[in-house]
Structure formats: structure tokens, C-alpha cells
Design a protein around this ligand. Structure first.
Ligand SMILES: NC(=O)c1ccc[n+]([C@@H]2O[C@H](COP(=O)([O-])OP(=O)(O)OC[C@H]3O[C@@H](n4cnc5c(N)ncnc54)[C@H](OP(=O)(O)O)[C@@H]3O)[C@@H](O)[C@H]2O)c1
Length: 429
């Protein structure tokens, strides 16, 4: 059988593992697809760079554009990352009728529509399982297995670096800075950790998940995003004392009337009994709630060369089979075209710690302010006395706008010395 020729763009952490698997599993891949996969070229930035894998020097090129437009190439695997030149290269390949497999969450979340439209024009495949949660099969289940159901919510831990940091803070009492330093030493966090700790990486993944779950087009700028840099050891200890753990969550949720959805990334307290609370170290897990299927949980390694390459290879097999059959997989599904509602309309709960004056009438004035904004209080307790007095309040469900207005009001009350911490509470409804 004539081989399917593969052009690989990028030979870094993921690309080198793709090459290893293409070699090691060549026979099995050929049997599963119905034709062998032949690595026909590898585009890199620096030809002379020392690599984790031996690559035939005749395959290496810095001219990615010529490689993707070669007539004999059937499938392009893009693992360069970033917006350009990845977008131009992917679009050029798709428009020429090639199929593309990519792990590029940043590009899909910024301008996925350009890629999907190019795939439609070229009648080829655009597969991107590796772009969210690495090895965990999640996008195909949303795109195909759950295509007959009605997804209500996707709630997950989709960034291993921040989960590692928060897990260390929870288990050892470490500060954010110390936990980040440890994550950097162990290679879980980059030297510049901004994309992870400020939630940009998770926001891109949330945009992709929301688009698939709700059959609508979602870009990363529509995602409400907060990172974990302000979380203190005291926040973590206080959550622990109440039976909660703090996680950075990506949440995509349909509104009750079904006409819109919210998509957000922020730290939140979840009960220790929630399945996501047990997700330790750099692991990822995503909880999907669908009307008929009920609750599903996907768990595993969300990053790393080999786990991510596993997802890329799965996509390669799928698009290889499609090419041999003369067909292509499902196109982008955006027919529902639901609106993303603003964060203020999102319904959530809040845990708030207030440093207050320890004198009569304080609790009544604080409770009045909550009532004024229509936020009802579920529990309240006082910790400490005198100058150390702190009120710890957990609210019932309210809109984020009402909760934010309440916090602003609390900051202006003369009896409140400081709003020591505010954290949303999720996963116990
Ligand atoms: N690493 C993970 O665990 C992981 C997990 C899920 C998804 N992803 C996604 O996978 C993609 C690749 O990530 P990675 O960690 O493998 O990145 P990486 O280690 O930085 O590798 C990037 C590769 O792209 C090449 N490259 C950069 N600019 C290029 C250009 N203009 N033309 C041709 N080649 C170019 C680099 O060449 P040189 O080698 O010559 O520098 C390098 O081989 C990203 O989209 C990332 O978000 C990664």
C-alpha cells in the first residue's frame, strides 16, 4: 500500500516524541490505518540544535512553507506552537487539501475559525485532540461520543503547572513563591510562568472546550480569567480547615434558560469530597455533565512529550483512515451560536474572610449589607478576638455581579478593617 506522507512542523518536547512513536509503532500504525505513515520532512527553527531524538539530517529543513505545500505531503502535524507562522502554515496546508493534526491551543483559541474554514475549503481534516489536556481523550468524546447528548457543564483542572503549585501549597503549607520555585526546579513550570499562573493557558483550553460543548464559536478573549498568584498560604489553610481545597478551575456552563453560557477560569474552593479534589500534582481532570449521560470524568496526564504525542498519534491514525476512505471527520459545529454571557451573570458562591472590629452590632451591619445586595448567607463564624477578630462567611448562590458589589460595599464599611480574602466556592451544587 502506498504510504501516507507526513510533514512534521516542530521537533521539540512533543515533536521528538511523535518521531519516536512513528518509528517504534510503525507496523501497528500501518495495520491500524491500512497504509504506512512515512515521515517525509521535519521543519525546525535551528538545524544544528542538539535534539532528544536522532533525526535523519536529510529530513530536516528550516523552510516550513515549502514543506507543507509539497504536492506529495498528505498530512501535516503542527507542533511548533504560537500564532505565527503556525497559522499561515496550517492554512496553506489545509487549502491544498492536506489533513492537519495540531496541538496548538493558543492558535485554536485565538483564531480557530480561520483553520476550520480552510479545512472546509480543502475538504481535509483538522484534528486537535492534543491541544487540551494532553493525553486525555476529551475532545473526541465531546465532538463525537456526546454528539447525541446535551452538555450542561464542563468543569476541570486543565493546567498541570498550577495544579502542582496549589497541591504543594495544600499538602506542605508552602507559600505560592516557594511552590512555584519547586515546580520550576522539577520542570513543571517554565522560567517565565506567566501563561500558566495567570490562567492564559487554561483560558485557551476553556475556549476550545466551551466551543465543542455548546456548538458555538468561542475565542480566548471571551473567557473570564483570573490566575493563582494572589493565593496565600493562609487562604489554603483556611480552605483546608473548612473541608475544602483550592484548585484553578476551567468552567463552561450553560445558563438555566439554555440561551447562553459562561466560560471562566479562576481559582475556587471545592469540597474535599469532590472527585476533582483528589487530582494531585501535575495531573489534569475534566468533569463533564450531560443531560442523559450524567456525570463523566476524564483523568490523566495533561502535558509532557510522550502523553501529548500519544494524542497526536491517535489523531494521525484517524485522519490517515479518513484519507484512505476518501472522507473526512466532523467539521466545526457552531450551529447553536449561543452567546457568552458576562461574568457578572454567572451564578456562583463565595467564601469571604473579613478583619473586623470585635464589638456589638458588627455582625448585624455585615449581614445587612449582604441582604441589601440580595446575597444570602449560608454560614458565618467568628475566629479570634479583639484586634484579631475575623468573620468567615460562606454565601448561598448569587450572581457574580451581586457578590462583587457586596465585596465592594464591605470594603467601605467602617467596621471592616480589611477584606482578607475572597474565593469562589464551586462543586457542591
Ligand atoms: N509540551 C507539552 O507538554 C505540550 C502539551 C500539550 C500541547 N502542547 C503544544 O504543543 C506545541 C509544541 O509544544 P512543545 O512543548 O513541543 O514546544 P517546543 O519544545 O518549544 O518545540 C517547538 C519546536 O518548534 C520549532 N519551531 C519554532 N519556531 C519555528 C519556525 N518558525 N519554523 C519551524 N520550526 C519552528 C522549534 O525548532 P528548534 O527545535 O530548532 O528550536 C522546536 O523544534 C505547542 O502548541 C504546545 O502548546 C505542548
Amino acid at each position: 500500500m502506498k504510504p501516507l506522507k507526513v510533514a512534521l512542523l516542530g521537533c521539540g518536547v512533543v515533536g521528538s516524541q511523535v518521531i519516536r512513536l512513528l518509528h517504534e509503532q510503525a507496523d501497528d500504525l500501518a495495520a491500524r490505518i491500512g497504509a504506512p505513515l512515512e515521515l517525509a520532512g521535519v521543519a525546525v527553527r535551528r538545524l544544528g540544535r542538539k535534539r532528544d531524538i536522532d533525526v535523519d539530517p536529510a529530513l530536516l529543513t528550516t523552510d516550513a512553507e515549502s514543506l507543507v505545500t509539497r504536492d506529495d505531503i498528505d498530512i501535516v502535524v503542527e507542533v511548533i506552537g504560537g500564532i505565527e507562522p503556525a497559522r499561515t502554515l496550517i492554512v496553506a496546508a489545509l487549502e491544498r487539501g492536506k489533513s492537519v493534526v495540531t496541538a496548538n491551543k493558543a492558535l485554536l483559541a485565538e483564531d480557530g475559525s480561520s483553520l476550520h474554514e480552510a479545512a472546509r475549503r480543502g475538504h481535509g481534516d483538522l484534528y486537535f485532540e492534543a491541544s487540551v489536556a494532553g493525553a486525555i481523550p476529551l475532545l473526541r468524546p465531546l465532538r463525537e461520543s456526546l454528539a447525541g447528548d446535551h452538555v450542561k457543564r464542563v468543569l476541570g483542572i486543565v493546567n498541570g503547572t498550577t495544579n502542582y503549585i496549589l497541591d504543594k501549597m495544600d499538602t506542605t503549607g508552602a507559600s505560592f513563591t516557594d511552590a512555584l520555585e519547586e515546580a520550576q526546579t522539577l520542570g513543571y513550570a517554565e522560567a517565565d510562568p506567566t501563561a500558566d499562573v495567570e490562567g492564559f493557558d487554561a483560558a485557551a483550553k476553556a475556549a476550545i472546550l466551551a466551543g465543542l460543548a455548546f456548538h458555538s464559536r468561542v475565542t480566548a478573549d471571551k473567557v473570564h480569567r483570573e490566575g493563582i498568584t494572589d493565593i496565600t498560604a493562609t487562604d489554603v489553610a483556611s480552605a483546608k480547615a473548612m473541608g475544602y481545597v483550592i484548585k484553578l478551575l476551567a468552567i463552561c456552563q450553560r445558563s438555566d434558560d439554555g440561551h447562553s453560557f459562561g466560560v471562566r477560569v479562576h481559582p475556587a474552593m471545592i469540597p474535599r469530597t469532590h472527585p476533582l479534589a483528589g487530582v494531585r500534582e501535575a495531573y489534569n481532570a475534566v468533569f463533564v455533565e450531560a443531560e442523559s449521560a450524567g456525570q463523566l470524568m476524564f483523568y490523566g496526564k495533561g502535558a509532557g512529550g510522550a502523553p501529548t504525542a500519544s494524542a497526536v498519534l491517535g489523531d494521525l491514525v484517524a485522519v490517515g483512515r479518513n484519507r484512505l476512505a476518501g472522507t473526512h471527520g466532523p467539521e466545526e459545529s457552531t450551529y447553536a451560536d449561543l452567546a457568552v454571557h458576562p461574568m457578572g451573570d454567572t451564578v456562583t458562591r463565595c467564601h469571604v474572610a473579613l478583619d473586623v472590629a470585635d464589638k456589638p452590632g458588627v455582625l448585624a451591619r455585615v449581614a445587612d449589607l449582604f441582604a441589601k445586595h440580595d446575597v444570602s448567607i449560608q454560614t458565618v463564624r467568628q475566629e479570634g478576638h479583639g484586634d484579631d477578630a475575623q468573620l468567615v462567611i460562606v454565601t448561598h448562590r448569587a450572581t457574580d455581579a451581586a457578590l462583587t458589589a457586596t465585596m465592594e460595599g464591605l470594603r467601605e464599611l467602617d467596621i471592616v478593617r480589611a477584606v482578607a480574602s475572597v474565593m469562589r466556592v464551586e462543586g457542591d451544587d
